[in-house]
Design a protein. Structure first.
Length: 150
């Protein structure tokens, strides 16, 4: 049997860093996160700093967090090492890592998060022409009923 290195996969990780830290400490924690991915054979494809946000509920007795999003390509063997960093480093309050499809990565590139928006809104499908006609007919009926009441 040959022991081959597993192929690289796409992952996305969102971390919440303790916002009570000084700006230099937050920057150092972010740099450590990026360096850890790259030093273990990963390549960062997208990186967003979403900034300070109020948490929905206290996490480790903290009410505010600094959100960071990264999409990267890495070997599956690097993930346990990254998870260990998140657990041992006290500045990381929470983390979530998911394996993603290339389509999701393309969507994230086209729709970067905006300030005040953590998760991009889902794109609603355009209504069919029949539905538009039904709505227009319904509005016309309502207008004619209002005219009769006057």
């Amino acid at each position: 049997m040959s022991s081959s290195i597993p192929s690289r996969r796409l992952y996305e990780t969102t971390v919440i860093i303790n916002a009570a830290l000084e700006d230099a400490d937050i920057r150092a924690t972010i740099d450590r996160f990026k360096e850890y991915i790259e030093s273990h054979g990963g390549e960062i494809l997208l990186f967003y700093e979403l900034g300070k946000r109020r948490l929905a509920y206290p996490v480790k007795k903290r009410n505010n967090g600094y959100y960071v999003y990264a999409a990267y390509e890495a070997h599956p063997t690097a993930l346990p090492l990254l998870e260990r960093l998140f657990l041992l480093e006290e500045n990381f309050l929470r983390h979530l890592t998911l394996q993603i499809d290339p389509e999701i990565l393309a969507y994230r590139r086209q729709h970067p998060p905006q300030s005040g928006q953590l998760i991009p809104e889902t794109v609603k499908a355009a209504p069919a022409e029949e539905e538009l006609e039904e709505v227009a007919e319904g509005e016309e009926a309502n207008e004619s009923e209002e005219e009769e009441e006057v």
